[in-house]
Design a protein around this ligand. Structure first.
Ligand SMILES: Cc1cc2nc3c(=O)[nH]c(=O)nc-3n(C[C@H](O)[C@H](O)[C@H](O)COP(=O)(O)OP(=O)(O)OC[C@H]3O[C@@H](n4cnc5c(N)ncnc54)[C@H](O)[C@@H]3O)c2cc1C
Ligand code: SF4
Length: 338
């Protein structure tokens, strides 16, 4: 039995005060990831600060035509909110491709951002893992690494970030609002999650004494030409081997602006700005899509079991771009599978 304290935060300022007072404490929102990690003895917080009742459950329109999503909006509410389904369907589609209906009812927007890797060895406390225990070694690099990363890896860690929602947020260029002892700040989505480098124990640039309060979406939602394509071992209730979120702004058959992010391949949702730029002003054609996909995976490295992901990522990018250009988005959202 591992003892821990439990306290409820009254408001955001109280939550910040409590976490600042005890750096080994953890916030708990839906608990769908943290409680599993505690049961597996991967996380041992001294204290749980329950933020589930904080008033961060609203979705508001912003002055510049975007949306501000409270950190405690449940994933299911977010996916089915009319402003999301109409204006940001790639986000709805990505969320509905993840987990199960029950989990999405519990999971929060902030918790989804901060969920931890599914690397087998991270969960297996009998094996070395630099993310769980810095400087202990990485069991995945020469181990069973089928689900691990091919881009942005380091000698210390080849874990992937498992979120579907975050892949869409990367393509949409969301912003993360956070609060801490020094006040509030905004982190661009590209700067929120980190590559492993030699500090794989740090998943994000959120400080230990900060709380995520909201996710802000810009006005551009790519509502017409979008897709979220998730390739996995089973059609439901499985994490992505590779996933791609695409948003295109089309002018006839010409791409005015392209965005795409790739999930399941790196420690953070992977965007390659040169691959996106290569599509801008070009016609939507198989050759141009293949060129962009080649650019996106040009630095990919396989580790044995996961080497197949390089070609899988290339093909998934091409298919996702093709679907988005022809306004035939991936099934999950359109079939209303929940
Ligand atoms: C069986 C299973 C299958 C799943 N499949 C998928 C899938 O296919 N795709 C997918 O994307 N996800 C999947 N998930 C993961 C699920 O989406 C996450 O567990 C969930 O989004 C986490 O949200 P939560 O509110 O429950 O977080 P919690 O478990 O409460 O917290 C997770 C982490 O975030 C921190 N935290 C939470 N809120 C805040 C905040 N506002 N500010 C700062 N820190 C915060 C906590 O301290 C903790 O470290 C699956 C989960 C399970 C259990
Ligand atoms: S890949 Fe990262 S999470 Fe997995 S064993 Fe290596 S250090 Fe741990």
């Amino acid at each position: 039995m591992i003892n821990f304290q439990y306290a409820r935060a009254n408001d955001v300022a109280d939550a910040v005060r409590q976490i600042a007072a005890d750096p080994t404490a953890k916030f708990i929102a839906g608990g769908t990831n943290l409680l599993d990690l505690m049961k597996e003895d991967v996380e041992r917080p001294s204290r749980l600060i329950d933020i589930a009742r904080l008033p961060l459950t609203k979705i508001d329109e912003t002055a510049d035509g975007g949306l501000r999503i409270g950190a405690l909006v449940p994933n299911s509410d977010l996916a089915w909110h009319v402003l999301i389904t109409q204006r940001y369907p790639v986000l709805a589609s990505a969320i509905l491709a993840g987990a199960s209906a029950q989990l999405r009812n519990m999971a929060s927007t902030g918790g989804n951002l901060l969920q931890r890797t599914r690397c087998f060895y991270f969960y297996d406390t009998a094996t070395p893992c630099n993310k769980r225990e810095p400087d202990s070694g990485c069991s995945a690099i020469k181990g069973i690494n089928r689900i691990n990363a091919i881009l942005g890896t380091s000698d210390a860690c080849i874990a992937t970030h498992p979120s579907d929602m975050c892949v869409a947020l990367a393509a949409l260029e969301a912003k993360i609002h956070v609060a801490g002892p020094a006040g509030e700040r905004i982190i661009s989505f590209a700067d929120f999650h980190r590559l492993p480098g030699d500090t794989p124990q740090r998943d994000t640039n959120l400080a230990v004494n900060e709380i995520v309060t909201a996710v802000e979406l810009p006005a551009q939602g790519f509502a017409k030409n979008y897709t979220y394509l998730k390739i996995r071992d089973r059609l439901s209730y499985a994490f992505a081997l590779v996933s791609v979120a695409v948003g295109l702004e089309m002018d006839g058959n010409t791409i005015r602006q392209a965005r795409f992010a790739v999930g399941g391949v790196a420690h953070k949702p992977w965007r390659d700005l040169s691959a996106e730029a290569a599509l801008n002003g070009q016609v939507a054609s198989p050759d141009n899509f293949k060129r962009a996909a080649d650019l996106a995976v040009r630095d990919a490295q396989g580790y044995g079991h996961n080497t197949f992901k390089i070609e899988l990522a290339r093909r998934t990018i091409v298919r996702a771009l093709t679907q988005a250009a022809t306004a035939t988005p991936q099934s999950q959202f359109n079939k209303k599978v929940v």
